[in-house]
Design a protein around this ligand. Sequence first.
Ligand SMILES: C[S@@+](CC[C@H](N)C(=O)[O-])C[C@H]1O[C@@H](n2cnc3c(N)ncnc32)[C@H](O)[C@@H]1O
Length: 219
Amino acid sequence: MRIRRKPHAKQMVQEHPRVVKEPEQLRGKWHTLFGNDRPIHLELGTGKGQFLSRVCQDRPAVNWIGVERIEEVLLHALKKAEETPCANLRFLWMDVNRLDEIFAEGEVERIHLHFSDPWPKKRHARRRLTHHTFLHRYKKVLEPQGEILLKTDNSSLFDFSLEELETTGFTIVESTRDLYHSPYVRGNIPTEYEQKFTARGVPIHYLLAKPTGDFSSTR
Ligand SMILES: C[S@@+](CC[C@H](N)C(=O)[O-])C[C@H]1O[C@@H](n2cnc3c(N)ncnc32)[C@H](O)[C@@H]1O
């Protein structure tokens, strides 16, 4: 993603009402922010926010939170969010590696990973959002029956993710290498990257994983 640096982006993000300030203070009590007990779904690496600005309206019975670390990118998502009436949408300006400082055990129902950066070089594998160090964090904050939903155009990242999920104590419950020619496409909301890839005819890989019953892990 090409990023145009903006001198006031940090301040604009910090002051925006949809960005949660001191989110660590809400650990274990996120329902107080939303004023209800509805399930929390996260989009990690939310980018310019196309998915969230649509899904918050289509699925109002869920509290949606987007996590993005680049302020200039987050500003786009915030602008889109301003155009929605959604009271169930917030953003976190931070790195995903802080997730378990922000959410308590079992506080999240679903994690969406949409077109995460593939980091193709082996020496950068730890940066992939499905590296087992991230997956262990996700497993901590997910409900026992929680879910990870992943979409990507990148078959190497998909293969890597399947392997990491299985060895970190997740069970793959749905999977396809061509989402748009599969039954799982029903109700799918495309992200910005997804639209670009599908317009070029690139097949979208999709999976849904759940923590394995006994939380056993081979790592
Ligand atoms: C390729 S974009 C995909 C954007 C969007 N999900 C979509 O499908 O259109 C990946 C985004 O993830 C963000 N990102 C990558 N690693 C991250 C991390 N560790 N913490 C927070 N955001 C991250 C990047 O800044 C970028 O905006």
